[in-house]
Design a binder for this molecule. Structure first.
Ligand code: MRU
Length: 352
């Protein structure tokens, strides 16, 4: 059996002219890699969650635009084509800010080289995409260390959706302290919410924690209160797609309900993510755009037969916003922020 950390979420293969991703929609049954060669293929892979998780989407988009731009040989066309691909990829999913910050970073790197030849521009894009991936992996390691400092051996932990190795370049955000604790013999027991409608918890979190040898128990989303009430959960760890300047946090739909339950039962609720997920241009959660997805994801996707009547009205938001008041701490690669979050965030964002 391969090691979970041998799985590569996204990488660039410049010889093939492709971004290579593991197709997360095929997990846990099959480990299938896809070589995405065109902006359309990359857009579709992000939209269909073949590559998903806020940091991983950013990395895939950075590699994606770099790979696509290697095929442009006229310097006059370069900046125009870059802008076209950037805007197109940015339209694939609206909520995770990492998609936009990664593409912006690629543009800033390019703009610093105005007047340079086309080979220099291509090299700069390759290097910047690699730097984004490298920094993401390093940030996850630090998030794991800070997160673990808040936990004790033998704790029961609960997580929602998938903020693990598959959602980033290496290790994860919410799952990073769990992996680090596993290496150090902390003996955590983890509850993974299945995470309807697309089952990232059941398909991905349960898969990766089990593969890593962590004691993981899968529960349906409506069982969270029950396991908390029985005293089996001492901390909740979740990832984030966009954190507003006041700490309001968008993450997978259902996260805010888990936070309300955690508050009721007096369980600490921790949000873990890189500082690149903090959006200081978004004052509060109200300004975060929440993606709404295909109703078929609720009525039939992932099942062998339809699970709801034809023509039923469906509401299918992919994310929700957890109010800052429900969050015990936000853990990043730069440290741990406690409420009120804004000042700490400002300091982090100012010092690069
Ligand atoms: O729709 P998804 O699967 O991309 O949603 C992912 C999440 O909500 C994760 O918790 C979040 O992106 C953090 S990943 C480190």
């Amino acid at each position: 059996m391969s090691n979970i950390f041998d799985i590569v979420t996204a990488r660039a293969d410049y010889e093939q002219g492709a971004v290579v991703i593991i197709d997360q929609t095929q997990l846990p049954g099959r480990e299938v890699y896809l070589a995405l060669k065109t902006p359309e293929e990359i857009w579709e892979a992000i939209y269909l969650l073949k590559v998903r998780g806020a940091p991983a989407i950013g990395v895939a988009a950075a590699y994606g635009i770099s790979v696509c731009m290697q095929k442009v040989n006229e310097v006059d066309d370069f900046y125009r084509e870059f802008a076209r691909v950037k805007n197109y990829l940015a339209s694939s999913r609206p909520t995770a800010v990492n998609l936009f910050t990664a593409l912006e970073r690629m543009e800033v790197a390019l703009l610093k080289c105005q007047g340079a030849g086309v080979e220099v521009l291509k090299r700069v894009l390759r290097e910047e995409a690699e730097a984004i991936r490298r920094e993401d992996a390093a940030a996850c390691r630090k998030i794991g260390e800070y997160g673990l400092s808040l936990l004790k051996p033998g704790m029961g932990l609960l997580t929602h959706c998938n903020a693990g190795h598959l959602a980033v370049s290496e290790y994860g955000t919410a799952l990073a302290p769990i992996y680090l604790g596993q290496e150090q013999g902390f003996g955590f027991s983890v509850f993974a919410d299945e995470t309807r409608p697309l089952l990232q918890g059941a398909r991905l979190t349960a898969f990766e924690l089990q593969k890593a040898g962590v004691d993981v128990t899968l529960i349906c989303d409506n069982m969270t209160s029950s396991v908390m009430k029985q005293g089996w959960v001492q901390a909740v760890l979740v990832g984030c797609d966009r954190v507003a300047a006041n700490g309001d946090t968008a993450n997978k739909i259902g996260t805010s309900g888990v936070a309300v339950l955690a508050k009721y039962y007096g369980i600490p609720f921790y949000v873990l993510g890189p500082t690149s997920t903090i959006d200081m241009d978004c004052p509060t959660g109200k300004e975060i755009k929440i993606e709404e997805r295909d109703p078929a994801e609720v009525t039939e996707k992932w099942y062998t037969r339809r699970m709801a009547p034809e023509g039923i009205h469906v509401y299918n938001p992919a994310f929700d916003v957890t109010s800052a008041e429900l969050i015990t701490a936000i853990i990043t690669e730069k440290g741990i922020a406690y409420p009120p979050f804004r000042d700490k965030f400002r300091g982090w964002k100012e010092c690069k």
